[in-house]
Write a protein that binds this ligand. Structure first.
Ligand SMILES: Nc1ncnc2c1ncn2[C@@H]1O[C@H](COP(=O)(O)OP(=O)(O)OP(=O)(O)O)[C@@H](O)[C@H]1O
Length: 288
């Protein structure tokens, strides 16, 4: 086994490998044999209902929790045994921000940047994430969306090879969301492995190269968004057909034609199957 101080491999393939991960609380396995990988230059989305075990899994990957069983490899290393060596190469954006509440936004970002040998340009990050307008505001006074943007800037300022983003655009206005999405796409283009947990299906559809759906502590489906969308929905499928009707088109002819082919109740409206449909098929509609 390499020593914690040895240089880290460049890890061209899987930046994150989780296999057979188990984490129990009070004897209950909240992560129960979970396996997933995330590769460099890809956005890997982890989706799942409340309480599915996503955060616990990610915290095991970040070295914040000790697994009860299974293996976690971050850039080829055990995240707990090699925490110091991994810290400069792994960016973490936590749901609650994890930022010092009394400090001003820009001070925090500058402070975090100073911990790295070759940080990104702070001014450029401030500009692209719209931090300038609240740069002198104390963290505790920031709005939810502002705090998220600052947390994201802190997670990426050190030029990580792997970055964990926990609901990166939750609570953000559309402008901020798109700025965040652009940054995530740029990270991917730069070869960063981005691991994204989100409840926002449009965010997963917009960004994810690979999606892992987690429920009851296990990955219950994995694939690209088109692969997941192509899964059998297990029943009748609603179909939307949009078209520009020529003047005088008799819709009755269309509905008669559909009825003649066994289509039930051809009211001719509906939406395409979305990732949210797939998610609900997989995990059910009951609240957690
Ligand atoms: N420290 C803890 N002690 C006891 N139970 C815990 C602890 N942390 C998490 N849990 C439980 O583990 C289960 C999984 O929680 P986890 O936070 O991993 O879910 P999640 O998928 O991230 O959910 P959400 O989408 O709501 O963030 C939940 O039932 C939660 O109550």
């Amino acid at each position: 086994m390499p020593s914690p101080s040895a240089p880290l491999p460049r890890a061209p393939g899987a930046a994150l490998e989780v296999d057979g991960l188990v984490k129990r609380y009070a004897g209950r396995a909240v992560v129960d044999g979970l396996a997933l990988t995330a590769r460099a230059g890809e956005v890997t989305a982890v989706l799942g209902p409340n309480g599915a075990g996503k955060t616990t899994t990610i915290e095991c990957c970040e070295g914040l929790r000790t697994p009860d069983a299974g293996t976690v490899r971050v850039l080829g290393r055990d995240p707990r045994a090699h925490a110091a060596a991994l810290r400069p190469r792994v960016g973490v954006m936590l749901q609650d921000g994890g930022l010092p509440s009394g400090a001003r936004a820009l001070e925090v970002l500058r402070h975090v940047a100073a911990m790295y040998t070759a940080p990104r340009d702070v001014g450029e990050l401030v500009e692209r994430l719209g931090i300038a307008s609240f740069s002198r505001t104390a963290v505790r006074r920031l709005s939810g969306g502002q705090r998220q943007r600052l947390a994201l800037a802190c997670a990426v300022v050190g030029r990580p090879d792997l970055v964990f983003l926990d609901e990166p655009s939750a609570g953000m206005d559309p402008q901020s969301r798109h700025a965040v999405w652009d940054l995530v796409r740029e990270l991917r283009a730069d070869g960063v492995a981005v691991v994204l947990t989100t409840h926002l299906m449009d965010e997963a559809e917009a960004l994810a190269d690979v999606v892992h759906v987690v429920d009851h502590g296990k990955v219950i489906a994995s694939g690209t968004v088109p692969e997941l969308l192509a899964r059998d929905g297990g029943g009748d499928t609603e179909v939307t057909v949009r078209f520009a009707a020529p003047a005088g088109l008799d819709i009755a002819v269309l509905t008669d034609w559909l009825t003649g082919r066994g289509v039930v109740d051809p009211s001719v409206s509906v939406g395409r199957r979305t990732l949210e449909d797939v998610f609900l098929d997989l995990t059910g509609r009951h609240l957690r």
